[in-house]
Design a protein around this ligand. Structure first.
Ligand code: CMC
Length: 428
């Protein structure tokens, strides 16, 4: 038997030694099991932002931040993004293996049938003001969805877990599209059961009532296959990302025993922030604000100035310290789409200059600040005619499968406990 590895800590105030087991994962850094630390020592560990804390064990997603590696259920993101569809990726995350042709067919069919919303839920959208940000409406509507499915509060077997997951994955695009159309005061487009997951979403977003596409110079501008594939890849790249801020929120809400859809709504709220999923909207806003390649140097100088809280949106990541593999895939997708989709050359030029400077500048290099996924999504989404306030809802659509898979894993884990950290009290 292998000798048990331990970490010994010495309290220098009195020389007492404490020993903690070191637990190895299948890959990635080992952890020190500190669960008895407070009981043993009467002290807490202090780690704001959880920079050194593993909050759970998981078998879903693996990231090696040094190597720029990302895998879902052991499969590299590059393989999933280039050889498999988003629905295959969803199936993989939920079922721990890629589907057979028949399994994929049945999964796809089930999602198409479940994409419709209860008519009662439609009324909720009227409560929101015109111009409401779709992220606010989306989060509220997902909370409201919980009230239609009380039975998901007490899930007992595998088929119920999957039914609950399929339902939310299928309905999220409909809720997102309705949220957007409400913000413009235009009629909702119901899901079309004959369309694939991604094409159906683009249709619900863009079509005129009756399903007709926008009337352009050359007649009805049909959704192109290249657009569907690009958006499908974007969904795949967003599908999961281990214990990021919004997933940590989802698991935290799960730990209290609340309804799974309320946990997802909380994840949506957490994702909205600029430091997380909201960055994709901010990147384009920032490129617009910079306005011309001539102004790039001045903004780079602001990003480097310690007295200025301006940050270069779409740069930096807590885990990736060499490159973000999702950004690499998107950069080649961007190059591929340049011709086919008429990408905005002015924004591309500004983005290219920022990228070039940042990748060579000592400030960015020494802090390991590389372009992240959000740096590239905005330009591609703009070319897909996705409005800017829908960029973060697109992230939500992709990430819902990850959140719900993590929710299920949390529920099935016998070691799960209510999330209840402590504090270093410095007050009166
Ligand atoms: N522009 C300029 N400086 C930056 C940036 C940036 N985008 N990001 C980090 N830094 C600096 C920061 O000021 C600090 O410098 P110093 O050591 O001199 O104080 C150093 O780099 C470390 O930053 P940090 O804030 O301690 O790093 P973190 O791991 O806590 O934050 C981050 C990671 C992603 C929140 C941050 O890099 C950031 O705010 N980036 C811009 C927003 C963004 O693009 N977010 C999307 C993240 S990827 C998709 C997702 O997760 O949703």
């Amino acid at each position: 038997m292998q000798p048990k590895q331990t970490l010994t800590l010495t309290d220098n105030r009195n020389g007492t030694c404490y020993e903690y087991p070191i637990v190895d994962g299948t890959r990635g850094p080992s952890v020190v099991d500190m669960r008895t630390f407070f009981k043993d020592t009467g002290m807490f560990s202090y780690d704001p932002g959880y920079t050194s804390t593993a909050s759970c064990s998981s078998k879903i997603t693996f990231i090696d931040g040094e190597k720029g590696e990302l895998r879902y259920r052991g499969i590299p993101i590059e393989t999933l993004a280039t050889k498999h569809s988003y629905l295959e990726t969803c199936y993989l995350l939920l079922n721990e293996q890629l589907p057979s042709i028949e399994e994929l067919h049945n999964f796809d069919l089930e999602l198409r049938h479940r994409a419709f919303l209860h008519e009662g839920l439609r009324n909720l959208f009227n409560a929101f003001p015109d111009n409401a940000h779709p992220m606010a409406t989306l989060s509220a509507a997902v909370t409201a969805l919980a009230s239609f499915y009380d039975d998901h509060l007490e899930i007992c077997d595998e088929s119920e877990y999957l039914e609950m997951a399929h339902r939310i994955i299928a309905k999220i695009p409909t809720i997102a599209a309705f949220s957007y159309r409400h913000s413009l005061g235009i009629p909702f487009i119901q899901p079309d059961i004959d369309l694939s997951f991604t094409k159906n979403f683009l249709t619900m977003l863009r079509a005129y009532p009756g399903g007709k596409m926008h009337l352009g110079r050359l007649g009805h501008e049909e959704i192109k296959e290249v657009e569907v594939r690009a958006l499908d890849t974007i969904f795949t790249l967003h599908a999961d990302h281990e214990q990021n801020a919004s997933t940590t929120v989802v698991r935290g809400v799960a730990s209290t025993g609340a309804h799974p859809y309320v946990a997802i709504a909380s994840g949506i709220a957490a994702l909205w922030g600029r430091a997380h999923g909201g960055a994709n909207e901010s990147v384009i806003a920032q490129l617009e604000m910079i306005g011309s390649v001539d102004n790039v140097d001045a903004f780079i100088a602001r990003a480097k100035d310690p007295d200025d809280d301006f940050r270069l949106m779409g740069f930096g990541h807590r885990v990736y310290k060499n490159f973000d593999p999702r950004a690499k895939i998107l950069k080649s997708l961007q190059d591929e789409l340049k011709e086919a989709l008429n990408l905005d050359s002015r924004l591309l030029e500004i983005a290219g200059k920022i990228e070039e400077i940042a990748l060579n500048d000592e400030y960015f290099v020494s802090r390991h600040l590389y372009p992240n996924i959000d740096f590239y999504t905005g330009i591609i989404l703009t070319a897909l005619k996705i409005p800017r306030n829908m960029f973060t809802p697109i992230f939500v659509i992709g990430r819902t499968v990850g959140w719900i898979t993590q929710w299920i894993e949390f529920k099935k884990d016998p070691q799960s406990k209510i999330a209840r950290p402590r504090q270093l009290y410095l007050g009166e």
